[in-house]
Design a protein around this ligand. Structure first.
Ligand code: ZN
Ligand code: ZN
Length: 280
């Protein structure tokens, strides 16, 4: 009976919370999660202009193998000239929401450094829409967020990749398996501009999760097709290292899904499209 009373009280409190939230939405305009402009009414976390920018970025053609935004003529079924020349590229395909546009940058900065969880929901909606366009979505057995080191987690308001993977998993009805662990606390990739330095920085820094736990308590990756989830891919160094761990654990096929794939030196500019900003 006590349990029943408790669940009734919790349900009533939740309903009141939703009602209060709804009243606040009606009474007060909200600010856009990307540009900060006031938005009348509750139409979502992002204003129409920022939403348009994100949708335009999504519609631009992307390489199915590395996720680079490129002219359609430069993209082939087995990748583009850039990723075909990159021997490290060991995931079967990458999907991204868009290039690193001002709106996507602002949403990622808000999530990563300020813990704005509503941004994860919006970005997961956009990423789910991109994934539904991919023939390989039906192959996926699980999502694997890029793990964060516990020291970095202590410095940040949230684990952004985990939040993003959770929000995406609810939309796609897929499980999240935390199959990899970050064993070394390394400087943020953002401060390392040179590609070789980024690869060196993350080399060997991931390992299997719960390595010393009994086998039946460890996440099962063997035989599964999985998708690595992160906020962005720049050089591909982090995804490459995580995929090595998953492959060693027996993953059948590995894909990656990220919010943004910034232009890298040598990528062609996109006419009429804002340049990528500095990495967060
Ligand atoms: Zn906006
Ligand atoms: Zn490519």
């Amino acid at each position: 009976m006590a349990r029943l009373g408790h669940s009734f009280a919790a349900g009533a409190a939740s309903a009141l919370g939703h009602l209060a939230h709804g009243l606040v939405d009606v009474a007060l305009p909200q600010t856009c999660a990307a540009c900060g402009a006031w938005v009348a009414g509750s139409i979502g976390p992002v204003c129409p202009a920022c939403h348009d920018e994100v949708c335009t970025a999504s519609r631009l053609p992307q390489c199915p193998r590395c996720g680079r935004t490129l002219p359609r003529s430069a993209i082939h079924d087995d990748g583009c000239a850039r990723c075909r020349a990159e021997p490290f590229w060991n995931v079967a395909g990458v999907v991204r929401v868009g290039r690193y546009t001002p709106a996507l940058r602002s949403l990622l900065v808000g999530l990563k450094y300020h813990g704005h969880e509503r941004n994860a929901g919006y970005l997961a909606d956009r990423l789910a829409a991109e994934l539904r366009d991919r023939g390989w979505l039906g192959e996926l057995n699980a999502l694997v967020p890029v793990p964060m080191h516990w020291l970095r987690r202590a410095q940040r308001p949230c684990d952004h990749a985990r939040l993003l993977a959770g929000a995406l998993a609810r939309r796609l009805k897929l499980p999240v398996i935390r199959a990899a662990r970050r064993m070394k606390h390394t400087p943020s990739q953002v401060r390392l501009g040179i590609r070789a330095a980024r690869f060196e920085n993350v080399k060997g820094c991931f390992g299997p999760a719960r390595r010393y736990w009994p086998a039946w308590l460890r996440p099962v990756v063997a035989g599964k097709t999985v998708c690595i989830i992160d906020n962005l891919i720049s050089t591909g160094a982090t995804v490459h290292e995580v995929s090595k761990v998953l492959r060693k654990a027996g993953a059948r096929r590995i894909y990656a899904a990220v919010v943004a794939r910034p232009a890298t030196p040598g990528d062609p500019p996109i006419a009429g499209f804002p340049d990528d900003g500095p990495l967060p």
